[in-house]
Design a protein around this ligand. Structure first.
Ligand code: HEC
Length: 162
């Protein structure tokens, strides 16, 4: 009897271990690797300073993200309406540990040019610069809500913090 309970215990622990190691892979999230720096032509692109708190731009970003503005541009079809990826390999925008490594210009660059050899294509032919910034604004809210990129400290920080 005792042996059986121990066996069940061992099996349970093994099962849990397996489950949690699979959990790390969900949503295509691999280990967190910082993105490369933005190339020269994007390095100086910045979110317009007065956009960070602009509810109207944010709402326009939301409509773009879910494909309401233009059905040909539907970020949510891979990244998920709530930022939880629905296509394997799509970046999970809800993870602050990952997303805090993306400056506003890196974010903008990736949306513009895409990521080579992945399903993430460049969107600059379909989206104006303004629309791409609205998308940065919206996507940053999944993990970094209320924060703005501070180019001096190279960090996302709370509005009003230095
Ligand atoms: C067909 C599926 C698909 C669609 C649609 C899509 N993405 Fe992606 N996206 C991906 C995948 C896959 C990755 C992960 C690429 C990688 O491995 O670095 C990604 C990564 C990203 C990243 C992070 C880039 C990086 O450096 O890893 C951003 C930002 C992003 N997408 C924004 C968007 C926006 C904005 C839209 C809509 C205009 C969009 N995506 C539409 C599949 C998609």
């Amino acid at each position: 009897m005792n042996m059986r309970i121990r066996l069940i215990h061992v099996l349970l622990v093994m099962g849990l271990g397996l489950l949690s190691s699979c959990g790390g892979e969900q949503g295509g999230e691999g280990p967190i690797v910082p993105p490369p720096p933005a190339p020269a032509e994007y390095a100086d692109k910045r979110m317009p300073a007065d956009w960070w708190g602009d509810a109207q731009k944010l709402e326009e970003g939301r409509k773009l993200f879910i494909g309401e503005t233009n059905p040909d541009v539907n970020c949510a079809s891979c990244h998920g309406k709530d930022g939880k990826p629905v296509k394997a390999g799509a970046t999970d925008f809800r993870n602050p540990e990952r997303m805090k490594l993306y400056s506003d210009s890196v974010w903008f660059w990736r949306i513009s040019e895409g990521v080579a050899n992945t399903k993430m294509k460049g969107w600059k032919s379909k989206l104006s610069e303004e629309d791409r910034w609205k998308l940065v604004l919206y996507e940053r809210n999944f993990a970094l809500s209320g924060k703005i990129w501070n180019e001096e400290t190279k960090q996302w920080s709370e509005v009003g913090a230095k």
